[in-house]
Design a protein around this ligand. Structure first.
Ligand code: HEM
Length: 221
């Protein structure tokens, strides 16, 4: 187990929990709770909450960006260094496209999350309708989490076809924590599984339980 990667993962997940938890609280507890109050009281409460929550939002965004970029670079380096799927793994799994979509959605979510706790005039339109824009931000963050799970699934246990399509391959007893990559030290077959082009194939190859037709081992176009 690589402690640096584990720390990055913990940091990333905790920051995501903090950011999304704050959004859920804002949308489903705070905004409805102050809805009936007079405008002056409501603004005072929102301002008091905003000032206290702002540092947390800044910290969460900083940690998500730093740990996310570090994760991405380290994972790319590993896939390249180990030559997964003869150097075609990223292309075959569309990992970079998924990452690009996730990154863009995350940046838009960061903008709204900051605007909701900011005080600049340029972002006042966001705070004028907190219910609407906290819902939008929550939706974006949810999409980011779904994409993250998809990316992760591409290189972790449930993709294995050796064990019959679902679940961890036989002989593999642990996940080593390196970007969630199972080292498969329990068997030679699973140790080499990323190099034979079948990683993620359950999403592409109907024979492996997937829905698309391109073979996992297709040569580069
Ligand atoms: C709203 C912001 C974000 C949320 C809610 C979020 C959430 C998550 C979650 C839940 C995971 C899965 C963690 C795991 O199972 O180990 C993850 C993984 C990851 N995230 Fe984020 N993230 C966000 C922003 C970012 C950003 C800004 C980047 C890049 C700069 C990034 C890069 C990554 C990478 C590379 C992974 C690993 C994916 C894999 O396993 O292949 N994330 N993220």
């Amino acid at each position: 187990m690589d402690p640096t990667l584990l720390l990055l993962r913990w940091a990333h997940i905790l920051a995501a929990i903090a950011l999304m938890g704050g959004l859920v609280f804002t949308r489903f507890a705070l905004v409805p709770a102050v809805f009936d109050l007079d405008a002056t009281t409501r603004d005072r409460i929102h301002d008091a909450v905003r000032r206290r929550w702002l540092p947390w939002v800044i910290a969460a965004i900083t940690v998500l960006l730093a740990s996310g970029l570090a994760n991405f670079l380290l994972f790319n380096g590993r896939v390249k260094a180990e030559g997964w799927a003869d150097g075609q793994w990223m292309r075959q799994t569309s990992y970079h496209a998924l990452f690009g979509a996730k990154f863009l959605l995350a940046l838009v979510a960061f903008y709204f999350a900051s605007a909701l706790v900011g005080r600049g005039e340029g972002t006042q339109w966001v705070r004028n309708d907190r219910a609407k824009w906290s819902s939008v931000t929550l939706g974006l963050a949810l999409a980011v989490v779904l994409l993250s799970g998809w990316m992760r699934q591409l290189h972790t246990g449930p993709n294995q076809i050796e064990s019959g399509g679902v679940g961890m391959p036989s002989g593999t007893s642990r996940v080593d924590g390196e970007m969630g990559v199972d080292s498969g030290e329990g068997s030679d077959r699973s140790a080499n599984r990323y190099r034979d082009g079948r990683a993620g194939s359950v999403f592409r190859d109907p024979a492996a339980g997937g829905s698309e037709t391109a073979p996992a081992t297709a040569p580069a176009q």
